[in-house]
Ligand binder design. Structure first.
Ligand code: UN1
Length: 515
């Protein structure tokens, strides 16, 4: 097993008789001898040990201790809280190569993309440290003499973070770096498919907490399942549930949270489209489409799934794309030069094949992508990314299949292209390839793309952390990472302060004696 890697990531000490912890609470590992499931790398199916399962009492203890940590952490001035993030960033810089290798081993994404994911955490650290001196409210002109009207942002409480396998580190970092700097504690339920990345993150953060003499309970980790998520959602001490994953999971979280009117921050499925118009730079569009549709083996929430191309340029664009797809280096994601690694599991490959079969039944023409690829003698779920030309936007096109399938739709009129873009129930990301100012204006205008991300001449995936990230409709409406997403992790208090000796009432109200 990858002993040296586990040591470099600070997690080797946590493995007991081939079993990884069910939870890490207050920096200490907890095990569950009764329930455990096997872990394997998607690269070739080789074993990575066993994972314990967080019990009800692990999660209960984790929330309790996180809540206690929050009670003291909220009193620490925000710029000092920022110093904890700076310390985390320092440790991460020293461990970046090891962590990227672990991300590749556990999620199957290529090393370059895993390095990008670590960079995304570092970027979030920079952003959060800067933010620690800028958690600003407003002063508002009061209608009353000698009165001050203020808005302040206060820490919220315990933030539960639920993440998916495809970004096993970065999406936690979006949430945790902001939550901590805003004065909160975090309890994390990572994907059951990528617990080792979560343990490596936890090991690093535990060291930083100790070094900065911050409460050990500020970051808790529970390796559980949907029931664990349900427990986090139901617990009244959890102030915010931030969840990333499928629309079905998000609906369950939202319904559970609604029962106690808890706050949610949801980043769910996408069914992202790119429109390519006759004025587009086709060479640039082709490169962007290949990265967005085939990168990460089609397993980003921002992956390009629908290509809406003007019928006059469709033959030229598709010829270039098919060429590029046929020469995509697919294989072991650790090898330099490889651009497409395996799908996360054999069942993901089965779902991809079922979607392709349905598309073909609907009259789709498969241009590339019907082979299963044996890579060496391995057990990985390697596939060639698929392109399917569809006669219409049928049910399968409207659904998100978490695999590299690009459905092609042709259009004649630009309004029809925008209508196709907006016709799906998700609203995460979208792109326009055009050199026409009027088309661009319409696409990013009020009657244009209805998505949270609307890009021009760049693909649907690979957002920077500086902007707010998230989408509309079944994508859940949440906004994470940059811009003012930090406000999700704080509560707003409006303060009216009377600095005078009279008691004027708002709206000029007279109650009893005249002033
Ligand atoms: C995700 O797939 O859940 O914009 C997040 C991107 C990445 C984040 C993706 N920065 O593709």
């Amino acid at each position: 097993m990858s002993e040296t890697l586990f040591q470099a990531c600070g997690i080797a000490r946590w493995r007991q008789q081939d079993c990884w912890p069910a939870a890490v609470l207050d920096g200490r590992a907890h095990y569950d001898a009764d329930v455990r499931h096997p872990l394997a790398t998607p690269i070739d199916g080789s074993a990575l040990g066993w994972l314990g399962h967080a019990t009800l009492s692990h999660t209960h203890l984790g929330i309790n201790s996180a809540h206690n940590a929050y009670l003291s952490w909220r009193l620490i001035p925000a710029p000092q809280r920022g110093q904890l993030i700076a310390c985390i960033a320092g440790k991460l810089r020293a461990r970046r190569a090891a962590l990227a290798t672990l991300i590749t081993l556990e999620s199957g994404k290529i090393l370059g993309e895993a390095e990008g994911e670590v960079q995304e955490w570092l970027d979030m650290c920079d952003f959060a440290v800067g933010l620690s001196r800028q958690l600003h409210g407003l002063t508002i002109a009061s209608e009353r003499a000698e009165h001050l009207l203020l808005e302040q942002w206060q820490p919220l409480g315990v933030v539960a973070v639920i993440t998916a396998f495809n970004f096993p580190v970065a999406v936690w970092a979006w949430n945790a770096m902001l939550a901590l700097v805003c004065g909160n504690a975090v309890i994390w339920k990572p994907s059951e498919q990528t617990p080792l990345c979560a343990l490596a993150v936890q090991a690093l953060v535990s060291e930083a907490l100790q070094e900065c003499q911050a409460p050990a309970g500020l970051c808790q980790l529970v390796n559980g399942d949907a029931a664990t998520g349900g427990q986090l959602v139901a617990d009244p001490r959890v102030a915010l549930i931030s969840a990333t994953g499928s629309c079905a999971m998000g609906l369950a979280v939202a319904q559970g949270a609604a029962r106690r009117l808890a706050r949610t921050l949801l980043e769910l499925g996408g069914n992202n489209a790119a429109i390519v118009t006759p004025s587009a730079d086709l060479a640039l569009a082709t490169r962007a489409i290949v990265f967005a549709a085939a990168g990460t083996c089609g397993q980003r929430c921002t992956t390009l799934r629908r290509l809406i191309v003007h019928e006059d340029i469709a033959p030229a664009l598709l010829a270039g794309l098919v060429n590029a797809y046929r020469s995509l280096p697919i294989g072991d994601p650790r090898q330099p030069g490889v651009l497409v690694g395996p799908l996360i599991s054999a069942s993901a490959r089965t779902r991809m094949q079922a979607a392709l079969a349905e598309a073909i039944r609907d009259g789709g023409e498969l241009l590339t992508g019907d082979e299963q690829l044996p890579v060496g003698a391995s057990n990985g779920a390697y596939v060639r990314p698929a392109i399917v030309v569809m006669p219409a936007q049928t049910a399968i096109v409207m659904r998100e299949t978490f695999a590299p399938i690009l459905y092609v739709l042709r259009y004649r009129d630009f309004s029809a292209a925008i209508a196709l873009n907006n016709a799906v129930s998700q609203g995460l990301s979208s792109a326009l390839f055009s050199n026409d100012l009027r088309e661009t204006g319409r696409f990013i205008g009020p009657a244009g793309s209805d998505c949270g991300l609307a890009n021009v001449n760049t693909g649907t995936s690979g957002a920077e952390i500086g902007g707010a990230f998230g989408g509309e409709k079944l994508t859940g409406g949440g906004r994470e990472s940059g811009s003012d997403a930090w406000k999700n992790y704080m509560r707003r208090a409006t303060n009216t302060i009377n600095a005078g000796t009279a008691l004027p009432l708002a709206q000029g109200l007279v109650f009893g004696e005249r002033p």
